[in-house]
Design a protein around this ligand. Structure first.
Ligand code: AMP
Length: 136
């Protein structure tokens, strides 16, 4: 896998405001936060995204997300957090080392959430069939 800015942070070649570390994961402040407190959790092993990471490493990442989310929330007196992750450029991924965003939200109404398409049962059923076939 190509080296990324997060690889440099893991190796301490780039500075980062690290808030948590264990054998498998690292958590640090986002340099361009969506909201104050925006924190990133990464595996120390260099996986690109959801399409190549193994179950154990992803579980370690999510364990850290669960562990530190209350502290991230409380550090800015937020009520909630977004747990978000982008996979491939088309989905907004810009750093190709898997990461999970923890984005505190103090109140509703300060952000535009996802658009909602009208429900199309025929389309949903067709896509569901394709997903089930791919998984099998
Ligand atoms: P994504 O667009 O989901 O790939 O998110 C990548 C995130 O990494 C962005 O929110 C950036 O602000 C953040 N980022 C990029 N470089 C750094 C860095 N050196 N330290 C901390 N966060 C970074």
């Amino acid at each position: 896998m190509e080296d990324t800015v997060f690889g440099k942070i893991i190796r301490r070649e780039l500075p980062a405001e690290i808030v948590y570390e264990d054998d498998e994961t690292l958590a640090f402040m986002n340099i361009e936060p969506v909201t104050p407190g925006h924190t990133l959790v990464i595996p120390k092993k260099p996986f690109r995204n959801i399409f190549d990471i193994d179950d154990e490493t992803l579980a370690a990442v999510m364990r850290t997300v669960r562990k530190i989310s209350p502290a991230v929330r409380d550090s800015v007196n937020a009520k909630g957090v977004h747990i978000n992750s982008n996979h491939e450029a088309e989905a907004g991924q810009t750093v190709f080392h898997l990461h999970v965003h923890i984005i505190p939200r103090v109140e509703r109404g300060t952000y535009a959430f996802w658009p909602k398409l009208p429900h199309d049962p025929v389309e949903a059923s067709e896509i569901a069939s394709r997903i089930r076939k791919e998984i099998a």
